[in-house]
Write a protein that binds this ligand. Sequence first.
Ligand code: SF4
Ligand code: SF4
Length: 55
Amino acid sequence: MMIVKDWCSYCGCCAGVCVRNCIEVKETALVFDENCNNCGFCVDACPLAALEMEE
Ligand code: SF4
Ligand code: SF4
């Protein structure tokens, strides 16, 4: 699962690249559903480096 850093701007870029469509951008929160397979595309897509893969 992903860790979202404080500096996330909720721009939605990460949600746009998720092939499983499992990131939902709520106003000041990102919601990841159980379809996440930890592929890391969203981590790489974030322009602010605000996502981190949980160990
Ligand atoms: S791409 Fe980065 S800054 Fe934008 S919503 Fe996703 S985690 Fe937040
Ligand atoms: S790790 Fe992959 S499947 Fe999970 S939210 Fe990010 S892009 Fe989607």
